[in-house]
Design a protein. Structure first.
Length: 335
């Protein structure tokens, strides 16, 4: 049941690192759990999560989001919610995907801090208390789980995830930390700002990194899935990676400009060869002019595509409607 707020961790709620934009959170902690076909794992998850939430000493709510499950996940949620007033269930009309399910849950929260956690017990619920303590000690806006090991995940998933984060960091100007997932603890302010970002293709860990503020890692061991199957087959992982890279980088659109430069250099080299062939008389009539036209227009075309890419990229970034900047603190105004 609800516990008294004068525990050490609860005291930190008052001393938030940044001012809170929202109209007074009504619980100290919200826990958001996206679920796709988790009927088998959910009861065990709820037992461990509830134990962790109770041991934090905070008043809490658990928001369960059913992301269009085709098994008995919703019925399981309904039964669990009926038995425990701390639980709330939200059911989406169809499968919207992990990131949107999380977003839907985030919009339902009322907590002064919000934990995002998977339902499959790959992220340990027991990490909650140390993460809260870290948030308090570091006066952090975000404590993000950083995976030290990925037990139960094949080498292909590990290698592709490793490569993905490195490429993303290289391409993007946002400092998106490597080896992290969506397992993280957020301040109410970060949640309010995140909820105000209207973009459709949501890559939450990138958006949270983009928001800035004080973000600190919490290292943990990622466990194997407790029950059920991963909702991220290869096709979804590729689309997720595409969302991340295109959402945070214009580099792919700039590829044409790079290719144009290479093409011009090759054209110049070949130009020398063409002229030499004509001078030495070894060239077939008409070959040189054809060659020149081909090389020239090939480069021009790539250059133009690159230019179109620059404008398209800007249009794309504009269409995201992100806020221009985030102010966390201000000095008092003197008159
Ligand atoms: N999930 C979801 N919608 C989806 C895919 C996954 O809500 O379309 C949930 C899933 O139930 C789990 C979490 O998101 O709680 C992480 O998904 P999963 O374990 O399948 O991903 P993985 O750990 O394999 O990357
Ligand atoms: Mg999982």
């Amino acid at each position: 049941m609800m516990t008294s707020p004068d525990t050490p961790v609860a005291a930190a709620a008052a001393a938030a690192a940044v001012p809170d934009d929202r109209a007074g959170p009504s619980v100290e902690l919200s826990i958001v759990v996206p679920c796709l076909n988790e009927q088998d794992g959910l009861p065990a998850f709820l037992t461990r999560m509830t134990a962790a939430a109770v041991s934090s000493g905070l008043t809490y709510e658990i928001v369960l989001v059913d992301d269009g499950s085709t098994d008995a996940t919703w019925a399981t949620m309904q039964a669990a919610c009926a038995a425990d007033p701390h639980l709330r269930g939200v059911r989406l009309s169809r499968n919207f995907g992990h990131q949107r399910a999380l977003s839907a849950g985030l919009m339902q929260t009322q907590g002064a801090r919000v934990l995002l956690i998977d339902a499959d017990l790959q992220d340990p619920p027991e990490a909650l208390v140390p993460m809260l303590a870290l948030m308090q000690a570091e006066q952090a806006d975000v404590v993000y789980g950083r995976r030290m090991a990925r037990a139960g995940e094949g080498w292909l998933k590990r290698a592709s995830a490793g490569l993905f984060y490195r490429v993303l960091r290289w391409l993007s100007s946002t400092d998106i930390p490597a080896d992290t997932g969506d397992f993280r603890l957020l301040s109410a302010t970060i949640v309010a700002r995140l909820n105000a970002m209207p973009e459709q293709h949501r890559f939450l860990r990138g958006m949270i990194a983009w928001l800035g503020g004080r973000q600190v890692p919490y290292d943990y061991q990622r466990a194997p899935r407790a029950a059920g199957q991963s909702g991220y087959p290869l096709r979804r992982m590729v689309s997720f990676a595409t969302d991340a890279i295109t959402g945070f980088s214009m580099a792919p659109l700039r590829l044409c400009t790079g290719l144009a430069v290479v093409s011009v250099l090759i054209a110049l080299g070949l130009l020398v060869y063409v002229v030499a062939s004509v001078v030495s008389g070894s060239a077939v009539r008409g070959w040189a002019s054809l060659m020149m036209i081909f090389l020239f227009f090939q480069s021009v075309q790539l250059l133009c595509l690159g230019l179109v890419g620059e404008y398209l990229g800007r249009l794309f970034m504009e269409s995201k409607n992100r806020p221009l900047f985030i102010i966390t603190e201000q000095t008092p105004r003197g008159d």
